[in-house]
Every structure is written in C-alpha cells, then in structure tokens.
Design a binder for this molecule. Structure first.
Ligand code: PLP
Length: 326
C-alpha cells in the first residue's frame, strides 16, 4: 500500500478533534468542531508536514542530499520544510519573496534556526526561481530534490488523502457525523488530497475550501488546477480519474494575500478569546472569518455539524502584531 511507501515520519498523528463549545454558543448557529493540524508538532506544526512526509520520503529514496522550495517571507510551508529537512539531515534552500527584513521574526526566524539557506527573490513569492537556483546547486555537485510551491504536487497531496482516513476513523470512534469540512485552500494540495480521500475512504461530509489568495498559479483557474492535481493523484493510486465538483469560496480574498482586514482581525481575536486557540491572519484566520460570516448569513445553519480543519500557521501572528491589535 502506498500509505507507508517512502514515507518519512515527521508529524504527530492522529491530530485531535474537539468541539468549539464557546464559539458555537456565541454564534448560536451550527455546532462547530475543529481538527488540530496546527498540532502536527515538528517545527511548530501545520498542514505541510503531512505532505512533507511523502515528499521528504521520496527525496530520501532518491538519495538526494538537498531540498529546495519557495514561498513568501512568512511562508509556513517553507518553515515546515526547513524543519523536516533538519530532521532528515538534508540541506534546505528556501526561495523567499521580498527582501531580507531588518529583523527576523515569525516563520522567517524559525527558517534561520532550522539552518535553511535563504535566497531572496523580490516580487516572486511563489517559488518562480526554483528551477534556476536548483540548476545552480546541481552544478555545485548537490543532488537536489525540488518541492513545489506549497508542497502541492500529487506526491505531497497523498498526505491529505490519508488524513481523510485518519478523520474517518475518528468520526467512527467518536460517533461524529459532519455536514461540512471547512478549511483554507491556497496551493491546492490539501483540497485535492481531501477530495480523493473522500472518495477512496467513503467520507460523507462536503469538502468546502475557502480560498485565501487571489493570484492564480500558472494562470490556471483554481478548480482546473484542483482537477489536474486529482487526476495525477489518481494515477499514483491507480484509481480511475473522474471529474469532481469542487466547493471553492472566493468571497473572502479581502485586500489580497497576507493583508489583514477586519474579517481576519475579528476571527483571530474571537478564536483566541473564546477558545484559547490561535488562528493565523493569512490562512486559517481568513478561512475562520469566512466560516463565521457564512454562519451569520445562515449558510451554515443550526442543527448542522461543521468541522473546521485548522491547517496551522500560528508563527506568523508574531509578524502581524500591529495589525492584529489595532
Ligand atoms: C499552506 C497553508 C494552507 C493551504 O494549503 P494548500 O495545500 O496550499 O492549499 C492553509 N493553511 C495554512 C496555515 C497553510 O500554511
């Protein structure tokens, strides 16, 4: 079974599920539960570790000594990749958008502690320069493994195919039946993996992604990107590729990637003060804020059970202190 094939153990699994009692009461709508992929552990956790178990496993099986990936200055994906590489004994090169900040904090501080080598690429924050820099590292004699933006290729997405199996077991054990699973969707690996997992493991709930970034990767429409990714996962798992109807809500993009508005500020503060849980302003706070809005508009109703899948990201709150307290 592919589940254990070339998989490097990185995350603490299964992650817990519990009810957000005070938040559910406060909103007076559906019962809201949370799955804590913010607690996957290594390098302060997050959803990318599930993907990295398969990506780092693949890199090691190919005898690579170096991994390269890219993202924004406060990329959670890059921070988790750096931590995973540290544990696996691999050199890690991060291609980060922007210019070197005067003060290292949040995820970027952690990148440095995990001993990642940083390359700054100005306006490019989605790993556009990975191929060039990878080639250069190859010339220096390194055996480089490329991890795409967000870890979102078919191999990485396997992490979320099997996350659904984990969830299914928990739902059976605790006799929980959710109507909808809500989460932040961005580079697509989480969403595509869950979509395939829902099919393979017969999961009932709707998969409902709240998109947090308006820029299109490779100029593909997002649902096309998800479909292509699902087709590629199907090849690996040797299942028939079929067409999916993806739920992608694009109404909460605010002022753009990483810009904190009222929606994110309220969500971060509400979740913190009612539940003692930190959602991040870029991904999970935007999705959480979107979910709250959909509850207030009665799209998610009383009598339903909603699972918010927390995908991590909390180290970036230290970078956004001003915006979150204003
Ligand atoms: C990367 C990330 C996401 C989005 O996951 P994708 O697989 O890229 O769609 C959501 N939340 C957090 C905190 C992330 O770091």
């Amino acid at each position: 079974m592919f589940e254990n094939y070339n998989r490097k153990k990185l995350a603490i699994l299964p992650t817990p599920i519990h009810k957000l009692e005070r938040l559910s009461n406060y909103l007076n709508g559906p019962e809201i539960f949370i799955k804590r992929d913010d607690l996957t552990g290594l390098g302060l956790g997050g959803n990318k570790l599930r993907k990295l178990e398969f990506l780092i496993g693949d890199a090691m099986s190919k005898n690579c000594d170096t991994v390269i990936t890219g993202g924004a200055e406060q990329s959670n994906h890059c921070r988790q990749t750096a931590a995973a590489a540290a544990l696996a004994g691999l050199e890690c090169h991060l291609i980060l958008g922007g210019n070197e900040p005067h003060k290292a904090n949040g995820n970027f501080l952690l990148d440095l502690l995990f001993n990642a080598k940083i390359h700054w690429t100005g306006e490019y924050r989605k790993g556009e320069k990975i191929p060039d820099i990878s080639k250069e590292l190859g010339k220096q004699g390194k055996n480089v493994y490329t991890i795409p933006y967000g870890g979102s290729n078919a191999i990485g997405a396997l992490g979320y195919v099997y996350a659904v199996k984990e969830l299914k077991i928990q739902m059976e054990r605790y006799d929980l039946d959710f109507d909808t699973i809500v989460f932040a969707t961005s580079s697509g690996g989480t969403h595509a993996g869950m979509t395939i997992g829902k099919r393979v493991f017969n999961l009932n709930p709707e998969i409902y992604g709240i998109k947090i970034d308006k820029d299109e990767i490779d100029n593909l429409k997002y649902k096309e990107l998800l479909q292509k990714l699902c087709n590629k996962i199907s090849v690996i798992l040797n299942i028939e590729p079929i067409n999916y109807n993806f739920n992608v809500n694009e109404n909460f993009l605010g002022e753009g990637y990483g810009v904190v508005g009222n929606l994110e500020r309220e969500a971060v503060n509400l979740c913190a003060k009612l539940e003692g849980i930190i959602v991040d302003p870029v991904y999970t706070g935007r999705a959480f804020g979107g979910m709250i809005d959909l509850v207030r508009k009665k799209y998610f109703k009383k009598g339903q059970k909603i699972l918010f899948w927390h995908t991590g990201g909390f180290p970036s709150v230290f970078h956004y202190s001003k915006e979150l307290l204003s």
